[in-house]
Design a binder for this molecule. Sequence first.
Ligand code: ATP
Ligand code: ZN
Length: 644
Amino acid sequence: MKIKLLDGSIKEFDQATNVRTIAETIAISLKKATAAAKVNGRYVSVDYVIEKDSNLELITNRHEDFYKTLNYTAAFVTGVAISELYKDVKLAKVLYKEDELEYGITFEVEPRIGLEELQNIQNKVNQIIKNESILSKEMDLKEAEEIFKGNQYQLHLAKEMFETYGEITVYTLNGVSIVSKHPITLNLKNIKVVEVQQLTGEYWLNDSKNIMLQKVHGMAAESIETLSSKKEILEDRRSRDHRIINKTLKIFGFDHLVGPGLPLWMPNGTIVKEEIKKYLKEKEWEYDYINVTTPVIGTVELYKKSGHWDHYGEDMFQPFNGGSGSDEQFILRPMNCPHHVAVYKQEQRSYRDLPLRIAEHALQHRYESSGSLTGLERVRAMELTDSHIFVRPDQVEAEFKSIYKLITEVLETFNIQIDYLSLSLRDPEDKVKYYQDDKMWDEAEAALEKVLQDLNIDYKKCIGEAAFYGPKLDIQIKTAQNHEITVSTIQLDFLLPKKFDVTYIDQNQEFKAPIMIHRGLIGTYERFIATLLEQTKGVLPLWLAPNQIEIIPVGSEENIEYANEVKKQLKKDFIRTHVDLRDERLSYKIRDAQTSKIPYQLVLGDQERKDNSVTYRQYGSEQQTTIKLNEFKNMITDLICNKK
Ligand code: ATP
Ligand code: ZN
């Protein structure tokens, strides 16, 4: 058989051979250095016997999956430690997420264990990694069913693996076994440190209808240095995670009775959102958009006609009836396009009316899977900065450029760092997802590409990422958790206008179908504000900060009175302030205002009161400046006006 290696070279063997031996034939040192392997894309252990021509990747410490392998192994070892420490443990899944850099193991045990047990688990893990090694075995479903009798989790994983690969890999250590399709090293000497860190819960298969399992988290590495550097990366990511930043800024909240993924905008968040909205509306005014307001529900027929019913099915909240006994059915809209089509159709439009730019910052709801919900980044109730622009064919290019300009100006105002632009095209092979009309697709895709080339913009072509109705340009960013997400989007649509028989009268008095452009200016407020919090690390610019100025009076009643007067003066100019009246020391209050990331602090003592002045300090700076209250007010108003 022929074995093709990662560097393209080919090794021949006259009989079935295991990975360990193949590694040894390549280089003696590789036998020891190989932690696990990938055969034709599937992870296997070094004992795996290859029987036919295959592609082989050896996972050594230079392979991108090495750290992953150590962590899956540590997850299993932790599971073994738990099984040895407590009675009747049912191990569920070994887990590792690239972007989280840590492992997890889920399990069921009665009674449930508490946080105080983590140290015992750590001790046991340390003992195991020093002394033991793991065995692996390939088997069929029958044999696995025998081994895992009574453990529904392993039985589930075994079936799943058998369906995919036709065989099941079972790893065993100290008599404890699990099924794993992930890489696991048999030689525990590869792992130098395992740090058991946390105990939480997780629904089996991430589905809230299932049992809540317990989950131990930790990190593993080949050296203490690697572990510390991974921890630093993790710390940095956590410090940028909008869910963590939210703990101090109090922008949003969730309540399990309201429902998962249904965010509550708290007072601070509402300020940020409304400020952004004011600005976006000004920009839309500048670019000749008109605003409409439409209902958050629509009839099922509306969405059947638009095609969303067929293409969007499971991601929508299910239909509900009108009154009791009524058979009218409605859905919570997952997008606003059909409503805007209905707005367009209120009048017969002519070629002179186009482009018609209908904008609405509109509420919409999507039934995202519970496992995918992430703070404000992915929610089930959201407000999209939406617009549908109806244009004549000869206007597509100019309009696309103008939308792109608008989006860039807006993102620049917020200093948003873009990862890349994605030109999402159809996959011509996919006959199910995409509306079938090659001519339409070819024209639309070519039009978009031409615009991008004209504008000299770098982009990545993503085949198969288009919407079912047309190609799109998405602005992609990376989150603190390393997720790739879309914020702004521009989408061409030749289809919806036809489906709804949307027309305009052209110069020759003939009815023509306009082209529709869907535009998400900054995407949803939810996702955008998550991004903003992460990219600013919670240090919002003055114009967006919920509390713009913290006023700290020093000592006397008169100074407190002056502080209140300053607040009143600033409030007249719509400047948001707070007077700190707590019975704390001045230095403490100043420090507190700094950690709360408030852009300006005013310290008001006797001198300031007598001179009608203020002493201010900017966030992150040590410098103190004293100026007249009026001057300060003008300075702040100017900064806010300029979106600083
Ligand atoms: P995704 O692929 O991220 O689920 P999508 O391609 O379905 O999004 P669109 O229908 O184009 O998204 O939605 C427009 C914008 O709405 C997206 O660019 C994104 O900013 C935002 N968005 C979509 N789904 C969510 C969600 N569940 N939570 C928050 N924002 C969302
Ligand atoms: Zn739309």
